[in-house]
Design a protein around this ligand. Structure first.
Ligand code: R5P
Length: 315
């Protein structure tokens, strides 16, 4: 368990998750006011001392990503100025991670820009859950701790009847993720060749692997508009899979009508986690698996490692 030398702070992006983590660790969530001035500028005030303490700042940069990012930066700055000893960022869902390369010469690398901004806040370490791509780590010069919910979601999938018989990656980017599920569940992998036409639209070019007569488990790092899952399911049905489709994704962002889009599809069960605050727009077939234990144990481990290295250094 954590000592008084640690304090957990949360912005407004996912307070229930931060509270659940604090509860697991046996600590009250640190007191901080996070609200808005009438002109919508973010306003933050710490209401307890962080002087000489290690601050664990929990804030996914989920929609609205820009507003949640600014809240994070203000909490970090307030903590530093109030004398925090160390600042550790837990960003369970890392917004902008998909913009990790330039598809055209006129594009920025937004993930890199966000990484640079976070580092300006003088965080010492970043914890993320199943980021969109491993390339995210390379944008940081501080240690990045990646934790994965794949084993947790795979355990939840095992209890589904009838069980899936093939793992499906809905695009090339999801192949490594699909392989990790396949290793957990000892199942073969099929791959859909998808290209993105716009933020809302994707196009499927083909499928590799045999899905005829199989019950698919579609896996992805995130669901945003639901377009990728919808296109994948249409392709699977056209290729004569069984209409018993299970979907597992780490981050359930669910925007732009995703819930009603997915509600219409023959999804038997859907699993997402609470890295993004689950709202009223969860599709009816979906349930939420919490990352609270995973993140609480990560915090406890990081804190214990640091405390023991400090006491060794002091000897
Ligand atoms: C893309 O590369 C990601 O892994 C997801 O497949 C994608 O972001 C999901 O977005 P949407 O639900 O809008 O298709």
């Amino acid at each position: 368990m954590l000592t008084a030398a640690a304090v957990l702070l949360s912005g407004s992006a996912n307070r229930p998750l931060a509270e659940a983590i604090a509860d697991y660790l046996g600590l009250p969530l640190g007191k901080a006011i996070v609200d808005r001035y009438p002109d919508h500028e973010a306003h933050v005030r710490l209401e307890e001392s962080v002087q000489g303490r290690d601050v664990y700042l929990i804030q996914p940069t989920s929609p609205p990503a820009d507003a949640h990012l600014i809240e994070f930066l203000l909490l970090a700055d307030a903590s530093r100025r109030a004398g925090a000893r160390r600042l550790i960022a837990l960003v369970p869902y890392f917004g902008y991670a998909r913009q990790d390369r330039r598809d055209e010469a006129s594009h920025p690398i937004a993930a890199r820009v966000v990484a640079d901004i976070l580092q300006l806040a003088q965080i010492e370490r970043l914890v993320v859950v199943d980021p969109h791509s491993p390339s995210l780590e390379g944008f940081f010069s501080i240690p990045v701790e990646t934790v994965s919910v794949v084993p947790t979601l795979a355990t939840a999938v095992r209890s589904i009847a009838p069980p899936p018989s093939v793992i499906v990656a809905p695009d090339l980017g999801a192949v490594r993720l699909a392989e990790r599920y396949a290793a957990e569940l000892d199942l073969p992998v099929a791959l859909i060749h998808k290209t993105r036409v716009s933020g809302h639209t994707v196009q499927v070019r083909g499928i590799m692997g045999d899905v005829r007569g199989q019950a698919p488990l579609l896996v992805d790092d995130m669901i945003t508009t639901g377009g990728t899952i919808e296109a994948a399911i249409e392709t699977l049905l056209a290729n004569h899979c069984r209409p018993e489709i299970v979907v597992a994704a780490t981050h359930g962002v669910f925007v732009a009508g995703a819930a009603s889009r997915l509600a219409r599809l023959p999804i038997q069960r859907g699993l997402v986690t609470d890295t993004v605050l689950p709202g009223g727009d969860l599709p009816p077939q979906f349930e939420v698996v919490s990352v609270r234990t995973l993140l609480a144990e990560t915090i406890a481990r990081l804190h214990a490692d640091h405390s023991s290295s400090r006491s060794i250094a002091a000897q």
